[in-house]
Write a protein that binds this ligand. Structure first.
Ligand code: SF4
Length: 435
């Protein structure tokens, strides 16, 4: 029996997909990367917002139509449980977000031609399968590394704590061991992920231990870069800022989703109400040369024109180096679902466009600062025309820009090279690898 997997959603889901494949191959199952070639296809789904759910459902239907036995894992199965089976009766089995190991029971059941089966823990409690070696789908110079799962916050728009449970940190020694294994395989950049990386350790060690984890990871010789994603504002402690500033392998990059600036909206979002301008200023002071990325939500229920203008002015003043803007998506079972008034789609779109237009100018200004300077960049690959694609420490994979460069010599993916920047646009940089 050949098994394939289609993954949807975020990097955390990608790691779970790779763990599921690892569990399958440890149990002797044959994996194929081509789903058309498989008898069974696992669709690892995303349920963060409605559009993501739609994409996952499309995959499920396509695979059923192609005559595959389809198993659902990830957030959609956790959210809808057996209701999903009622809506799509052809589904052969389901596992919840903290039932990765149960995939084997589902597969065996299919082999035995048993009826539909599901393993979905009602209250998810994600324990990382430490003994499993991930089977990486996208093996490159950079690799995600999950340091915890779940979330203890209750943001008004977010369903994640319901789908992923409380925050559970992995022990430091296990993360360091995995980082060493990745480095031995040729990974030069590791990207630490969790729903909220900055709260790492509180559940396990009684205090924030991300700085200690960074110190340990910094000792791994073959690693070049360590990147942290998804920090929570109140956990951006001085100790953490110092660790980022002083550890040489930790890239000077802070990804801190702030979501809004107006105190009333932040309160309604159940997010920390604090002066974010001051916070970003402090980050910039403590970590020289830092790149600050944030993400924002526009059109949260009740957001008035004045409150949006507050956010606009905030973006204009702070000048984030990198920024993503999302239109609020109304999700059932969240606090904000029942809030009134909901903002019309047209206004949400207008507000997003307005912020993005502003950010493009800011981003161009930031990028132009790099012209005629040398940047350390990681080699990612080549374009079809043979131009080298690299990424600087100021950019995270998939969400930020890249650096295109020519070179007089051969370069190897994963290596760190120095690029002399000659040109910039809003997103990307262009230059030449120095000899
Ligand atoms: S911090 Fe907020 S937005 Fe992020 S996962 Fe937790 S509840 Fe959701």
């Amino acid at each position: 029996m050949k098994i394939s997997l289609i993954n949807h959603g975020c990097a955390k889901n990608l790691v779970d997909a790779e763990l599921i494949l690892g569990i399958l191959s440890e149990n002797g199952y044959e994996i194929t990367l081509n789903e058309q070639d498989a008898d069974v296809v696992i669709v690892n789904t995303c349920s963060f917002i409605h559009d993501a759910e739609k994409e996952s459902v499309q995959s499920i239907l396509q695979m059923i139509e192609a005559g595959k036995k389809v198993i659902i894992s990830g957030c959609l199965s956790q959210k809808h449980n057996d209701d999903l089976k009622s809506a799509i009766p052809e589904i052969a089995g389901m596992i919840g977000t903290s039932n990765l190991q149960d995939i084997i029971k589902i597969i065996k059941n299919i082999e035995d031609k048993g009826d539909y089966k599901s393993f979905i823990q009602e209250k998810p409690e994600y324990i990382y399968p430490e003994k499993t070696t991930r089977q990486q789908i996208t093996m490159g110079a950079s690799s995600y590394l999950k340091i915890g799962e779940g979330c203890n916050y209750q943001c008004g728009y977010c369903i994640i704590p319901k789908l992923r449970g409380k925050y559970i940190s992995r022990p430091i020694e296990n993360i360091v061991k995995e980082a060493n294994e990745l480095a031995d395989k040729g990974v030069t950049e590791i990207i630490l992920i969790a729903q909220d990386t900055s709260s790492y350790g509180i559940d396990l060690y009684g205090k924030q231990e991300l700085p200690r984890l960074l110190e340990e990871l910094n000792k791994i010789e073959n690693l070049s870069w360590i990147r942290i994603m998804y920090a929570y504002p109140t956990q951006m402690t001085e100790e953490l800022m110092n660790a980022i500033a002083h550890l040489d392998k930790v890239v000077k990059y802070v990804d801190i989703p702030l979501q809004h600036s107006h105190p009333r909206i932040l309160k309604e979002m159940k997010r920390p109400v604090m002066d974010y301008t001051e916070l970003v200023q402090k980050i910039r002071e403590k970590i020289p040369g830092v790149t600050v990325r944030t993400s924002l939500i526009v059109g949260y229920p009740g957001e008035t024109e004045e409150e949006f203008e507050h956010l606009y002015q905030f973006v204009k003043d702070v000048k984030f180096d990198r920024m993503g803007v999302f239109e609020y998506s109304r999700e059932k079972n969240t606090y904000s679902y029942g809030l009134k008034p909901q903002i019309p789609a047209k206004i949400k779109k207008q507000r997003r466009n307005k912020l993005m237009e502003l950010q493009q100018k800011i981003s161009l200004e930031h990028n132009e600062k790099y012209i005629n300077t040398d940047l350390k960049c990681i080699v990612e690959g080549y374009t079809d025309d043979g131009v080298i694609i690299l990424r600087s420490e100021h950019d995270a994979p998939e969400i930020d820009g890249v650096v295109y460069a020519n070179s007089n010599r051969q370069v190897v993916p994963g290596d760190i090279e120095t690029v002399r920047i000659e040109k910039a646009d809003e997103y990307d940089l262009f230059g030449k690898i120095t000899d």
